[in-house]
Design a protein. Structure first.
Length: 343
């Protein structure tokens, strides 16, 4: 959609904050604008989505999800490269990391955050074409996958985007994503597995709106057309507009938008990270470590209580507003994670 004129944008942001009452002054302009863009600058619809987000966060205790910080010693839940917040590291079977996290990653081709794009947004890369989609669907539950995804989301928003904002000197609230489809085949077009993706999209579009800068799908095979038709139906128009399906002729665009110095060599860049596995470990070549007795299976958690108790976790600024909930307890209730997984 074409954005409205500047005068109308400013009026919508002002109205958004005013209609929220005294608490509206705690909502920064970037947040207000994200919800307004997501709802095509319809102020009542944007307020409805925002207040539902607060209620969902409170009901599901999202602010209580622990994340790795520079000080608390919690290990990262996927590969991290090129950030000052945490040293470069991979997902390991460290004490207290849930067995379910390691099990999910076993069926994934490899994923992680790798530096920044030219807009200052962190870059998330996933070796989509190496996923064992059938194995994931057979051996992991929707709730386990969504719990893991939410923990990764909260880490991104509380830690990495905060670093990105400090680095840029202004608010950064979006990430860029590269899905490498190398190795993708018909065996991955598995509807039970694709339902996991649908669950993730539902959560992200409902409760983390407009947090995508660009999504690049590269090395897409001809068979991808079929799965794209399915997935596209689950996506909001605003997100679809940010998707770039590049096939094999992707290097000029990635080098222009992200920068050769920030791109791994296997994506046509110049970066050669020295951490084990390079810029982004290939889980087929560097398998995820197996869980031990120090990695319990945990329902609705990614870290054990014992490990979290030893860590001092950082809560997001969002929590102040979430605590207030805008007194929505008597409004229409929102689906919990359990309700989403049962849908």
């Amino acid at each position: 959609m074409v954005p409205p004129p500047e005068e109308k944008r400013q009026a919508c942001i002002l109205q958004f904050r005013e209609l929220l009452g005294p608490d509206g002054q705690n909502v920064d302009i970037d947040t207000a604008q994200r919800y307004l863009i997501a709802r095509s600058w319809d102020v009542p619809a944007a307020i409805n989505q925002y207040t539902k987000t607060l209620q969902w966060r409170a009901q599901n205790r999202i602010d209580d999800i622990p994340v790795a910080t520079p000080d608390n010693g919690l290990p990262a839940l996927y590969a991290i490269r090129g950030y000052s917040s945490l040293p470069d590291q991979n997902l390991e079977a460290a004490p207290g990391v849930a067995e379910n996290v390691l099990r999910i990653a076993t069926y994934m081709g490899g994923s992680g955050l790798h530096k920044f794009d030219r807009d200052g947004c962190p870059v998330y890369i996933e070796r989509l074409g190496l996923h064992d989609v059938k194995g994931l669907a057979k051996n992991c539950t929707m709730e386990e996958v969504l719990t893991y995804h939410l923990a990764c989301n909260e880490f991104l928003h509380r830690i990495i985007l905060k670093e990105a904002s400090e680095r840029a000197g202004h608010k950064i609230s979006r990430e860029s994503v590269i899905f490498d489809c190398t190795g993708m085949g018909w065996h991955q077009f598995h509807m039970p597995g694709l339902q996991f993706l649908r669950g993730i999209l539902d959560i992200d579009q409902s409760y983390y709106p407009e947090t995508m800068n660009n999504l690049y799908l590269i090395n897409t095979p001809s068979a991808f057309v079929m799965v794209w038709k399915i997935v596209k139906a689950w996506m909001d128009p605003g997100l679809i507009a940010k998707v770039h399906i590049l096939g094999s002729d992707y290097q000029p665009i990635l080098r222009d938008k992200i920068g050769a110095e920030n791109l791994p060599t296997f994506l046509g860049g110049e970066c050669q990270c020295q951490a084990p596995g390079g810029c982004l470990p290939n889980n087929r070549e560097h398998p995820i470590p197996k869980a031990t007795e120090q990695n319990p299976t945990l329902e609705g958690k990614v870290y054990s209580d014992e490990v979290v108790a030893k860590a001092h976790t950082t809560q997001p600024d969002f929590s102040k507003a979430a605590e207030a909930e805008y007194h929505l307890a008597n409004n229409n209730s929102l689906p919990s994670l359990t309700a989403i997984t049962d849908a």
